[in-house]
Design a protein around this ligand. Structure first.
Ligand SMILES: NC(=O)c1ccc[n+]([C@@H]2O[C@H](COP(=O)([O-])OP(=O)(O)OC[C@H]3O[C@@H](n4cnc5c(N)ncnc54)[C@H](O)[C@@H]3O)[C@@H](O)[C@H]2O)c1
Length: 550
């Protein structure tokens, strides 16, 4: 029986059969020999996900001073039913990732169709033709409970498999550049021995040329620039690997404007990535307790942060919103903890702040469900029979990336509390974490595991029409600061809802005038870190009283 892979938009692609592989390799050999004749370096990018697909295009777009392409790129994606569709799609010049950056589709189409410097394949044989292999497969961290990152482990399966096939296939002089965010120590103590063992099995006596350089890609409107026009850190296993990785990155990344930092050992490059993201996770988590302090003591934390941020030493303070999602911040510190114990063999507990920050961030959204319940209770509406609309499904403003978003936790906890959920997000056509909640992300990674009564959420659909989403709702949660939500008029909102509503502001979306207007209209308002709403409510009430007396 043939197997099929479906793209997110429903396009159907038949998976390759065993007899297709030799033909595909012949196709690759033919095109590579032509490209080599043009003097181009052959680069295989392994893993066409969020990072690999765009990195492949950035490399394929590289050119010399005369404007001639210097690289030919083969994007290599394993042909699983889950991911195979990315290969034929890329070969049509269509990005296999969705993005708010208009440069992504333009660049991919240009490289595939005009420059003809980018193709995609499903066969590992591509590795046999590589001068450089860039590894962009995932390395996950599996959490076993919610809010306790210590109970978890690195999931290195995809990465270890990739390293094995790399060692089985590459020519000995190929540079292998690991871009995957890994547990510090992986390049030296996991990747190097695996590849070396595979080379030895093939009778190759030279050592692998291995390097690490992590990605700082940011989904959103500067997706391409966050790869190409941004500072990089790198390190090679030995002098030759370092020389090769520096040369490669200088040829594909804008290192003139964004100079490269070369560190002594790969573990330093790997640690840089983990510390960078743990630092960010920590400054976000730090504000969680002050957010509760603010709520309980009449303080608007948003104004407090803005007052502090004018000091240049403190200008990277950010309000945390309803939890810290995205692929990286929730997991990267976990990879560090795991490495200390399992790669380096230490048994003492040196990590206090990093795991605590991740645990705080992972559970912050649960408080939004409490605020929603409290606001509805103040209006005499039980949460168990309430219709609740969540505005924003993604993990940050003005992007469509829903991975581990705070909004997902809000939906899950409120569902557990008996509420009926609706969702609106202009950037998210499908919220796969719900629609395909048994398989996306892999069942062992999904947040569904940590909540009761989640089955019906597979029918949750993202509404694109705000008026329709609002009609008849009891509560509205501003979960993400999408630009579409910043200027919504309270009178209009109440009109579209068909009556008074509870408003929960998770991200400082509402200014004081709007908060006041909602109260004047008879709505209830609560917000993360927004203790001053009570003061505005009292003022509105007093004014109403005064009017009644006169
Ligand atoms: N997404 C981000 O915003 C971001 C930012 C910075 C760093 N990173 C890091 O970059 C790495 C990749 O992240 P991503 O978001 O692209 O992950 P992803 O899950 O979107 O992509 C990984 C891809 O690799 C493929 N793959 C797995 N095993 C393979 C194999 N043996 N051969 C070929 N393909 C294989 C998967 O099918 C998938 O398409 C991770 O370590 C991540 O932490 C991601």
């Amino acid at each position: 029986m043939p197997e099929y892979s479906f793209s997110p938009t429903g396009a159907k692609f038949k998976l390759p059969e065993p007899e297709d592989y030799p033909k595909e390799f012949d196709r690759l050999k033919e095109v590579v020999s032509k490209q080599k004749a043009l003097g181009r370096e052959i680069v295989v990018v392994m893993g066409l996900g969020f990072v690999g697909a765009v990195m492949a295009a950035v490399v394929a777009d590289a050119q010399d001073e005369k404007g001639n392409p210097t690289k030919f790129v083969i994007g290599m994606q394993r042909p699983s039913t889950r991911s195979y569709w990315k290969t034929p799609l890329l070969n049509l010049g269509i990005p296999p990732v969705s993005s708010e950056d208009p440069e992504v589709p333009v660049m991919i189409s240009r490289c595939v169709k005009e420059k003809k410097t980018l193709i995609a394949t499903y066969t590992y044989d591509a590795l046999k033709l590589a001068d450089v292999v860039v590894v962009d497969v995932q390395c996950d961290y599996l959490k076993e409970s919610l809010g306790n990152v210590r109970e978890g482990q690195a999931d290195m399966k995809a990465l270890e498999e990739s390293l094995e096939v790399i060692g089985q296939n590459i020519p000995p002089e190929t540079l292998v550049l690991i871009e995957t965010t890994v547990a510090p120590g992986t390049t030296e103590q996991v990747a190097y021995p695996i590849i070396k063992k595979m080379l030895r099995k093939r009778g190759i006596e030279s050592d692998p040329l291995l390097a690490h350089s992590f990605e700082r890609v940011m989904p959103g409107k500067n997706y391409v620039a966050s790869i190409r026009d941004f500072w990089r850190v790198c390190s090679g296993m030995n002098e030759e690997a370092t020389r090769r990785v520096v040369k490669f990155l200088k040829e594909v990344i804008n290192t003139e404007k964004y100079p490269l930092t070369v560190l002594d050992r790969p573990i330093e490059s790997e640690t840089a990535k983990i510390v960078e993201n743990s630092f960010r996770a920590t400054i976000l988590a730090f504000l969680d307790e002050w957010s509760l302090f603010a709520e309980r003591n009449g303080v608007d934390l948003i104004k407090v942060i803005n007052a502090i941020k004018v000091r240049p030493t403190h200008n990277n303070m950010i309000f945390p919103g309803p939890g810290i999602g995205g692929y990286c911040l929730p997991k990267d510190g976990g990879l560090g903890l795991w490495a200390y114990r399992h790669i380096h063999g230490f048994e003492d507990e040196i990590f206090k702040i990093t795991p605590m920050a991740i645990d705080i961030n992972d559970t912050r959204a649960l408080h939004v469900a409490q605020l929603t319940r409290d606001a509805l209770r103040n209006m005499g509406r039980p949460i168990a029979s309430a219709e609740v609309l969540v505005l924003g499904a993604s993990y940050r403003e003005d992007v469509g990336d829903t991975r581990y978003s705070g909004s997902e936790l809000i939906v899950r906890r409120l569902t557990e509390m008996g509420a009926e959920l609706r969702v609106h997000d202009p950037y998210v056509p499908h919220w796969w974490e719900f629609e395909k909640q048994d398989e996306y992300p892999a069942s062992s990674h999904g947040l569904k595991r940590f909540f009761r009564g989640q089955e019906k959420l597979k029918d949750l659909r993202v509404e694109q029409d705000l008026a329709k989403a609002l009609n008849g709702t009891d509560a509205v949660i501003f979960a993400v600061r999408h630009k579409h939500y910043l200027n919504l008029d309270p009178d209009e909102m109440v009109k579209m809802a068909g009556g008074v509503i509870a408003i929960i502001d998770c991200f400082g979306v509402l200014d004081d005038n709007k908060i006041r207007r909602y109260f004047e209209l008879g709505c209830e308002v609560k917000g993360l870190g927004r203790g001053h709403v009570k003061r505005i409510k009292d003022q509105v009430r007093e004014r109403k009283e005064q009017k009644r007396c006169f």
